[in-house]
Design a protein around this ligand. Structure first.
Ligand code: ASP
Length: 543
């Protein structure tokens, strides 16, 4: 027997009649006078410990509180039939305590892990307690399995795992950079990498042929929805490939990971055209689990209610329903027809600009499908291809739809000069159950095309040389055609587990406004540091 344990809790099942020693946290205690029961949990599960009145540890057991760390030696016994607990993995056995050692006492817990009434803010503040919940442990263990399965697959296909810097220079993902001041070079800053994009392209110039890593990426965005200022990707890049090579490899990787971690076979992964999915589903990340509720175009955009009439009738008049309709109207600047009338007509009519109406239709489809419990089980995986290379941002400026290193499609090259907005890209997004889980592209490897793209994006030669000169320089010395993709790993794992929040698959996430409630980060920097960075001086010299 080890100093602290000989077995894990889950092994109790196979050791009836044997003496074992387990160690873990006290999860609940029940004192019924002549017996004390407590549940002990370790990483494998929980086990009931029974302490009898005649045991010399009886009084000690009575004093146990939730969260205490103990080790127990005893004999595993079959529980009496009516005491068996089918909800517990070790529910048919118990450990009869012969020796109890308390290794650390716990203060009164601020909440019981798993209590549904505790707020997320409290869970994040005491993240270590929240992470004791079996669900959270399952999520993080599953995440590790997914990473292992990817690593195993990619390594078997000749991919080399290479790390690239986090302290980097601005990378082209189009978000704001987090800046890190350099003490040795006062007034200068590193940018935390938004992605390894440029490094991985340079690795292709160096001849590594197939690269991957699980990089952390840092993007200083206003945290809309379910985003984190730092998140993890599975990033990969390949040389001498075109779209189909990358997509086929990724399909095999995804199939392998689903099979290995969940035993699920993912069949054909369809490749759908961007324009087609926008027209048909109103979004570039359609949830193909939603059946029916088809979008019909006849002058205006309509959503067919066929098969949903009865279910929708029950929703009309409810507050949540009215609120949703109002938020759709406000968010997309559209008008949604009255529902009583819609049911009579068999469709909901949406009036407004076409793209707004389509986006509203997507939201409406999702809402009705969820509210009426009509989402199919399982995973619907698809590719969206033929994205435009450029798009207009809110200010009407032309920007890259993916990033400026994405290659135009060969057949659209001639449109670059005249009608850039019509040029399609060699890019692809992988979508699962309505979430974009990965996106990538074949890259530009010809300097003249790259120069043209920068120009269309409104960058002067001086400007792009300043930002990306090192890449263009590297590209002068023999660059293979190449392309790749990056998965949002947190999102991918959350989708596999059917979770809505990526915070549930990240050990120490930040809140929506970027705060780590457990450590209290971000926090003020010590004055000496600021002095070293010469910030105090700079600030003072301003007044
Ligand atoms: N670097 C891209 C991103 O972070 C992915 C890629 O193009 O490979 O979205």
């Amino acid at each position: 027997m080890g100093r602290y344990r000989s077995h894990y809790c889950i092994q109790a099942n196979n050791n009836v009649g044997q003496a074992i020693k387990v160690a873990g946290w006290v999860e609940s205690v029940r004192d019924i006078g002549k017996l004390v029961f407590f549940v002990l949990r370790d990483i494998t599960g929980s086990l009931q410990v029974t302490v009898k009145k005649d045991s010399k540890y009886f009084d000690k057991a009575k004093e146990l509180s939730l969260g205490d760390v103990v080790s127990v030696t005893g004999r595993i016994a079959e529980r009496p039939e009516k005491m068996k607990n089918p909800k517990m993995k070790t529910g048919s056995v118990e450990l009869i305590c012969e020796e109890l050692e308390v290794m650390s006492k716990s203060d009164r817990l601020p909440f019981i892990p798993g209590d549904p009434n505790v707020t997320e803010a409290t869970r994040l503040k005491y993240r270590y307690l929240d992470l004791r919940r079996p669900e959270m442990q399952r999520n993080l263990i599953f995440r590790a399995k997914v990473m292992n399965a990817f690593r195993e697959f990619l390594t078997s296909k000749g991919f080399i795992e290479i790390e690239t810097p986090y302290l980097a220079k601005s990378t082209p993902e189009g978000s704001r950079d987090f800046l890190v001041p350099s003490r040795l070079h006062p007034g200068k800053f590193y940018a935390l990498a938004q992605s390894p994009q440029l490094y991985k392209q340079i690795l292709m110039v160096s001849g590594f042929d197939r690269y991957f890593q699980f990089p952390r990426c840092f993007r200083d965005e206003d945290l809309r929805g379910d985003r984190q200022p730092e998140f993890t990707q599975l990033d990969l890049e390949m040389s001498f490939v075109d779209m189909d090579d990358v997509m086929s490899l990724v399909e095999d990787a995804v199939k392998h990971v689903f099979k290995k971690t969940m035993g699920i076979e993912i069949k054909e992964i369809p490749r759908l055209d961007y324009e087609h999915v926008i027209e048909k589903y109103g979004t570039d990340k359609p949830d193909l689990r939603i059946k029916g509720l088809e979008i019909v175009h006849d002058g205006s955009v309509k959503v067919s209610l066929e098969g949903y009439e009865e279910k929708v009738k029950d929703m009309i008049g409810k507050k949540s329903f009215d609120n949703k309709m109002k938020s759709i109207e406000d968010n997309y600047d559209v008008k949604v027809s009255r529902f009583k009338q819609s049911i009579a007509n068999g469709f909901v009519q949406i009036e407004g600009e076409k793209l707004d109406s389509l986006a509203a239709a997507n939201e409406l489809r999702r809402f009705i499908a969820y509210a009426t419990n009509s989402i199919e089980e399982g995973f619907k995986v698809l590719w969206v291809v033929n994205f435009p290379l450029f798009e207009l941002n809110e200010e009407g400026q032309i920007t890259s739809a993916h990033h400026p290193f994405t290659s135009p499609r060969d057949e659209d090259l001639e449109l670059l000069d005249k009608e850039p907005l019509r040029v399609r890209a060699k890019s692809y997004d992988l979508v699962i159950n309505g979430w974009e889980v990965a996106g990538g592209s074949i890259r530009i490897h010809k300097p003249e095309i790259q120069a043209k793209v920068f120009k269309i994006l409104g960058m002067s030669e001086e400007e792009y040389k300043k930002r990306y000169g090192f890449l263009l320089e590297a590209f002068k010395y023999g660059v293979p055609p190449h392309g790749g993709i990056a998965f949002g790993l947190d999102r991918f794992v959350a989708v596999m587990l059917g979770l809505n929040s990526i915070r549930d698959v990240i050990a120490f996430p930040k809140t929506k406004d970027g705060v780590d409630l457990m450590t209290g980060s971000p926090s003020e920097a010590p004055e000496e540091y600021l002095k070293e960075f010469r910030w105090l001086k700079i600030e003072k010299s301003k007044d």
